[in-house]
Design a protein around this ligand. Sequence first.
Ligand code: HEM
Length: 535
Amino acid sequence: SAPGPRTATGREVETQPDARAQAGDRLTTAQGVPLRETDHSLRAGERGPTLLQDHHLREKVMHFDHERIPERVVHARGAAAHGVFRSYGRASSFCCAQFLQADQETPVFVRFSTVLGSRGSADTVRDTRGFAVKFYTQEGNFDLVGNNIPVFFIQDAIKFPDVIHAGKPHPDREIPQAQSAHDTFWDFVSLHTEAQHHTLWNMSDRGIPRSYRTMEGFGVHTFRLVAEDGSTCLAKFHWKPESGVHSLVWEEAQLAAGIDPDLHRRDLADAIESGALPRWTLGVQLFEDGDATFEGIDLLDPTKIVPEELAPVQPLGELVLTRNPSNYFAETEQVAFHAGHFVRGIDATDDPLLQGRLFSYLDTQITRLGGPNFAQIPVNRPHVPVDDMQRDGFHQQGVHQGVAPYRPNSLDGGCPFLAGESGFIDVPAPVPQSSKTRDTPASFSDHFSQPRMFWRSLSPVEQRHTVDAYAFELSKVYEPAIRERQLEQLARIDSQLCEAVAARLGLPVPSADLGADPGPVESSPALSQVGGRWP
Ligand code: HEM
């Protein structure tokens, strides 16, 4: 197991053993008092009232009463596995992160999830899937908290509560669970046209993956990488499944939701147990650091991809999942990913969605995991010594030594030293000379060219599935104005897509003069350009 925390002087801090509640060969109370009996409460006579004096009854029921913690506000339904990441050693010229150098093997914990459903919802619903990877590197933990879709619904984190409120079940009846077949979702995405690209991916076969093992993963945002010589570049992360990208068809997905709502978590666990180990290649698209644009695409806009034919994905290493968790709660439920867990050599950019995420994850985990000490939960502990000078708080496991958790200090026989050149690098990236504003840049305003490019990259059968999905989901929308507005957005993406969906819904095609259409894109790239197999 991972080494425990250390004191300011480097001494390992005493912690309770992890298996504290399951040690020894006798049943005890939580206080370690051996028990003769646990099946019958203490009563005043065989048929009399139960006595408040029964300390074992009260302790047992009290603990049970508090077994549940809040589920994640999003991505509540998930499954996870341990594994290893093996670097190909090809990153040294552009990124100094230790785990990407030659001959490095790094333990990982990976959690896959749906976004909108509650913890007990079905696996095969039409939704985005989370793809979160915690790398326990020798320079501390790095989390790549991505999705199976390369773009996001919104461009600014301030709208995240709104898009989730719109996507979650209606607050009156709390239906539907984890499907996009309802008025609030379509109201939101038809009013916020930046959401059309992500929604189109959801309506395509990508919205119903066959297995977690056959999903691509994407870091979505553009990140900044730093080389040992201090030079920087921008990067987008990709996971390519070595078993290829495969989806269900809608009928399979619906049947599975009824017959085996655990299909994806069962498939993941069974594959690992039987030795068919799931594998992905991690790759990056690289861009020059500078004004964060590439071929007219604003790299800070998370609703845009960069076609792979313009910027090929360069392989960096292989992820293999090797071991199932032994306890769902301890590992899969208590794992705390954070988009801001960076290591030396990897840093954030000014993407306004990423900037908001840097706040949100730690904040939500204080509530979900009961206070600020969740980094001490075994699955979250770095696999390196920790001396963070943090003290106390709910669920503190460390018994810290010494009197001076600050630096410099002259009382504690020394104080934690700073890593100097080998420590985390805050890139001195220039801050734009500008006044405070809530305005959106003009480069974020084209919401239709990329969905059009994605639609035109689909094969005829994929296009048919996508039309079927729009028709199914929109047919569940009660409010006619919302259906009509969404058809207008489809017309802005592609007239044939719009006509096909309108025909299936028995609705008229919106008038041709919609305005705000940036015009057709020049070319229709192949699927490989928008996230397919290795060339
Ligand atoms: C959870 C991905 C945007 C807030 C997650 C998880 C993933 C994810 C994979 C599940 C982690 C797990 O398995 O435990 C993404 C991606 C985003 C995005 C790829 C956009 C590119 C946002 C934004 C916010 C946000 C903009 C808020 C401003 C949250 C919260 C959780 C979460 C609060 C629950 C975390 C927890 O309870 O531990 N996200 N997310 N996400 N996300 Fe995001």
